[in-house]
Write a protein of this length. Structure first.
Length: 374
């Protein structure tokens, strides 16, 4: 019997497992009918509905989970273990395997955050298969021992990976070498400054259309869809005191450049090639690829941020998320309320990520050592 169900074709979560069906107690009234249990079409999902359920999860998360599930299934097969349903002992042994096995790309075992994600991939896989989550007590104990070992040996993996915060000082350095007379330069400046001013994820930035940007007396209103919390936020983008880092001026210049190029609608941020051509067509193997309207990809927008930081000689772990983290850090340092910061950036209530960003400021600003006379 095959021990490893397909990690990329899970049973839809709406389909009940037999273990979920409970015997109903019949009342003594002879006219009463037995409680019906779903059967036949009541337990079916159309391909379209299944696709909609799958699409509710970010594409990057789906890819990562699929890879983690394949790796787990392969390991279970090699070890003669069952992937779904997995026992608590299997989960503990798998975590142990991850903590000692070098990965091909890095030559080092997975870090704690990677293992945490892999555990989430497998436990959610069980739910999708209509199975109870495996017991995680042993797996958690092994992971905690691994975290302690990394910390005691001063391993770099002991520290959580975070994007370096792009603060106004760093953004000035990033834009100092940008030729803002070119279409690409105007786009990059607007992307960085609007991304910072709205605390946007790069996926939210590239999803913007020109229709979502409205010029106002205070500057611009930019409406973004925050997929993580599934709601729109309309962010007031205000004039900056420094023309170099003013998001309103940068966005206005970018929109004017798009207008000159004949683009008055559609994506706000579009790809530009090395010759300054707007939204050039892309092909691979003779077939068109990419958004036909020229919309930038999330990866391309993140690369803009990384490239500008490297070109400016800035050190750190730069990524598209640097803009979002920089906004939270700078706003808190300026004394803004955490609730207003969360609302502006579309963070979920009680976000642990946002709390960590704010704590980086508060641990100094609100330190118990302040004002005690040392």
């Amino acid at each position: 019997m095959d021990r490893t169900p397909s990690p990329i074709a899970p049973v839809p979560p709406a389909r009940l497992a037999e273990d979920d069906i409970v015997d109903a107690e019949l009342v003594e009234d002879s006219a009463a009918a037995a409680v019906a249990v779903p059967a036949g079409r009541d337990r079916e999902l159309s391909a379209e509905t299944a696709a909609a359920i799958e699409a509710s999860v970010a594409a990057s998360t789906r890819r990562a989970y699929a890879a983690d599930r394949r790796a787990f299934a392969t390991w279970c097969t090699a070890e003669g273990r069952t992937a779904v349903p997995a026992s608590g002992e299997t989960m503990a042994e798998w975590v142990r395997h991850l903590t000692v096995t070098p990965r091909p790309r890095t030559g080092r075992p997975a870090g704690p955050s990677t293992i945490e994600r892999a555990l989430a991939a497998v436990t959610s896989w069980h739910q999708e298969q209509g199975r109870p989550k495996p017991t995680m007590r042993g797996a958690r104990a092994v992971l905690n021992t691994y975290k302690d070992h990394l910390a005691e040996t001063k391993a770099a993996a002991a520290q959580p990976k975070q994007a370096t915060a792009a603060l106004p000082k760093q953004i000035r350095a990033m834009l100092a070498g940008t030729d803002r007379s070119t279409l690409a330069g105007k786009r990059n400046a607007a992307l960085v400054l609007v991304g910072f001013a709205t605390a946007a994820r790069v996926s939210e930035l590239v999803a913007l259309d020109q229709a979502a940007v409205q010029e106002t007396e205070h500057g611009f209103d930019v409406t973004l869809y925050r997929k993580k919390v599934r709601k729109h936020t309309t962010n007031a983008v205000l004039y900056g005191t420094d023309p170099v880092t003013c998001p309103v001026r940068a966005l206005r210049a970018h929109l004017a450049a798009l207008d000159e190029a004949g683009r008055t609608e559609g994506p706000l941020f579009v790809r530009v090639d090395r010759w300054g051509r707007l939204a050039p067509s892309l092909t691979r193997g003779g077939h068109p690829i990419g958004d036909p309207a020229g919309r930038m990809t999330t990866e391309a927008a993140a690369e803009v941020v990384e490239r500008l930081a490297v070109t400016a000689g800035l050190t750190g772990a730069w990524s598209g998320h640097s803009l979002r983290r920089g906004f939270a850090t700078a706003a808190r340092a300026a004394g803004h309320d955490p609730l207003e910061i969360a609302r502006a950036g579309g963070w979920a209530d009680g976000s642990r990520v946002l709390a960590r960003y704010l704590a980086d400021v508060d641990r100094v600003k609100n330190s118990p050592l302040v004002g005690i006379g040392l």
